[in-house]
Design a protein around this ligand. Structure first.
Ligand SMILES: *[C@@H]1O[C@H](CO)[C@@H](O)[C@H](O)[C@H]1NC(C)=O
Ligand SMILES: *[C@@H]1O[C@H](CO)[C@@H](O)[C@H](O)[C@H]1NC(C)=O
Ligand SMILES: *[C@@H]1O[C@H](CO)[C@@H](O)[C@H](O)[C@H]1NC(C)=O
Ligand SMILES: *[C@@H]1O[C@H](CO)[C@@H](O)[C@H](O)[C@H]1NC(C)=O
Length: 540
């Protein structure tokens, strides 16, 4: 094994991990005192912000943090010393490092893996799992890694990777680890700690019947979500765009890409073949549940799809709720972009020209399919993007808070935010009359979704709204709504629209990352909003 140093992570002991299997050192003894962050984050800790909301300081004690980056600490210092609003500053102070502070359960930094003498032949290296740096990043209060969440959790640190080699190694490790997950179970959305981490897998209480079958010691949950695979690509393309490095393009990564492409092929197949005969889908999922969105009808297949669209089916959404019509537009848009960005990275690395052009073509074809089949006419809003279609003409018009969403399409680099079809769509999804999941109450408002229910809007949707807006007043309102509803000093998953004290998840790292990214975007593009009149842009 090429792993030369293992950081057994801070909360491992209190989280019930098997410390004896990892590398014991003195630090483990110190870490026994680290509290479980699920309960820690649900209580308020000093020092308080001294703003009108008096928000608490929620970072774990230094010795309990799971990863420390001087570059990240510097940004916290720069931003918080300049933000006028003390509450907003406190929220940034807690939120920006939240993924590093609390969710890096394992990071192995193998410095020089490819020169490991035990791997003398090329062949042997190609077949070796867990080579190079590895990083396991959990979602927060559930001790498993979601491909989508972890890509987004790390996204805000990508711009700093170049100046902090340890951070670069952390992200490179996350790409390598995701590649192993994709190779092993490409249909699955959430994963267990890698075996070399020595951390114990967590047992899921769900009773699921899934094909293809998976190993529960590797997989935490196996909902097939097209955006999970697009997130795997995005983690690499963001790394390339920010660092210029193509180090992640290893033989394991190429194997993961191959695996991913074969899933895209299988999930582009129609429900009925050219002779009108039903063709079984490679993927089926059934859960014993009384919640309709947690399982798939028609024996675990989902509703029929008409094939000749060029779109790719997704069985579930980024909320982990089942799709109604499998041609779910936001992840198709994201995948179209990511295939093309991946081609660019491979080209920069001098990779196979055939592969580069194949990826470019696939991406462009998918992009055309989204414009052709994903845009529909709405009597009130005009031409808009549908949330889901089935290729028969049926369409679902709504939006869900989770990213990728319709609202987030410009952030995914799919469409310009001034594009008329996008602006029509944006108007539709941000109105009660246009989006069944736009939720408004006496205390809070925003987009929600079926995952938590009809009284809970998600702060994440307000952050995406802020990041896709040119209007200062809209940006201010969105940020202030999130600030006002983050009374534990961290961003929640969802907030009851009539009572901000009723929330879900005190420890949801992804939402904290999206908040930090929003503040950093404002700092770069409209600094006066948070730093006051005349402030200079702050650009990472
Ligand atoms: C790491 O690899 C480089 C060349 O790729 C080599 O010069 C260096 O000595 C190696 N370092 C270690 C610690 O193996
Ligand atoms: C790798 O090792 C070299 C020499 O020991 C060190 O300078 C460098 O910072 C290390 N790189 C990472 C990513 O840890
Ligand atoms: C988009 O529109 C706004 C106002 O309508 C304008 O200020 C901005 O420059 C436009 N952006 C692009 C990229 O065209
Ligand atoms: C946030 O709360 C403050 C009071 O602390 C209030 O003045 C403001 O209107 C609220 N903002 C929003 C957008 O709800």
């Amino acid at each position: 094994m090429t792993i030369t140093s293992i950081l057994v992570l801070a909360l491992a002991v209190s989280w019930g991990a098997d410390a004896t299997a990892g590398h014991r050192d003195n630090a483990v003894i110190l870490r026994r005192d680290c509290p479980d962050y699920t309960s820690y984050s649900a209580a308020k800790h000093p020092p308080y912000s001294d703003g009108s909301l008096n928000l608490p300081f929620q970072r774990p004690a230094q010795e309990c943090r799971t990863f420390i980056s001087p570059a990240v600490e510097q940004v916290i210092e720069d931003i918080t010393s300049n933000i006028v609003d003390n509450d907003l500053a406190q929220l940034f102070r807690n939120a920006f490092p939240n993924t590093l502070d609390t969710t890096v359960r394992w990071h192995a930094n193998s410095n020089n893996s490819t020169t490991d003498p035990s791997l003398s032949t090329k062949h042997k290296r190609e077949d070796s799992q867990w080579q190079g740096p590895q990083t396991f990043v959990v979602t927060g209060d559930i001790n498993a890694e979601w491909l989508r969440d972890s890509t987004n959790q790390l996204s805000g640190y990508q711009a700093l990777a170049k100046q902090d080699p340890n951070l670069q190694s952390l992200i490179l490790g996350a790409i390598n680890t995701q590649a192993e997950f994709v190779i092993q179970s490409p249909y699955c959305n959430a994963f267990q700690p890698p075996p070399p981490s020595g951390l114990s897998p967590v047992t899921s209480s769900q009773k699921d019947t899934v094909h293809p079958e998976y190993d529960p010691s590797v997989v935490f949950e196996c909902k097939y979500e097209l955006d999970s695979l697009a997130s795997f690509l995005a983690l690499g393309t963001e790394f390339y765009e920010n660092t210029g490095s193509t180090e992640f393009l290893t033989s394991r990564w190429y194997k993961a890409l191959d695996t991913l492409l074969s899933v895209l092929d299988a999930q582009s197949q129609p429900t009925f073949n050219g002779q009108n005969q039903h063709v079984a889908n490679q993927y089926t999922f059934q859960r014993q549940t009384n919640t309709g969105t947690e399982t798939l009808n028609l024996d675990g297949v989902g509703n029929p799809l008409n094939g000749e669209t060029g779109l790719i089916r997704s069985a579930f959404r980024p909320s982990d709720d089942a799709t109604i019509f499998g041609f779910f537009i936001p992840p198709n848009a994201m995948m179209a972009v990511q295939l093309q960005k991946t081609a660019t990275a491979i080209q920069a690395a001098g990779g196979h020209a055939d592969l580069v052009s194949k990826l470019q073509q696939r991406g462009q074809k998918l992009q055309q399919a989204v414009w052709e089949h994903g845009v529909v006419h709405h009597a009130k809003y005009g031409r808009v993007f549908a949330f889901e279609v089935d290729g028969y003409g049926s369409q679902l018009l709504m939006d869900d808070a989770n990213i990728p969403s319709l609202l987030s399409l410009p952030l995914l680099d799919f469409v310009d935010k001034n594009d008329t079809i996008y602006t029509n769509t944006r108007k539709m999804v941000l109105e009660k009359g246009g989006n069944p999941y736009y939720l408004v109450g006496s205390a809070f408002k925003g987009i929600g979704g079926p995952h938590i229910g009809l009284e809970n809007a998600w702060p994440m949707s307000l952050l995406v709204q802020a990041m896709t807006s040119d209007s200062d007043s809209e940006i201010r309102e969105c940020i202030n709504l999130v600030r006002n509803s983050s009374l534990l000093g961290l961003v929640h998953e969802s907030i009851n629209v009539n009572d901000i004290n009723k929330y879900t998840r005190s420890w949801f790292a992804w939402a904290n990352s999206v908040f930090a990214q929003t503040i950093l975007k404002i700092a770069a593009e409209k600094p006066y909003i948070i730093f006051g009149d005349g402030a200079e842009p702050y650009i990472l």
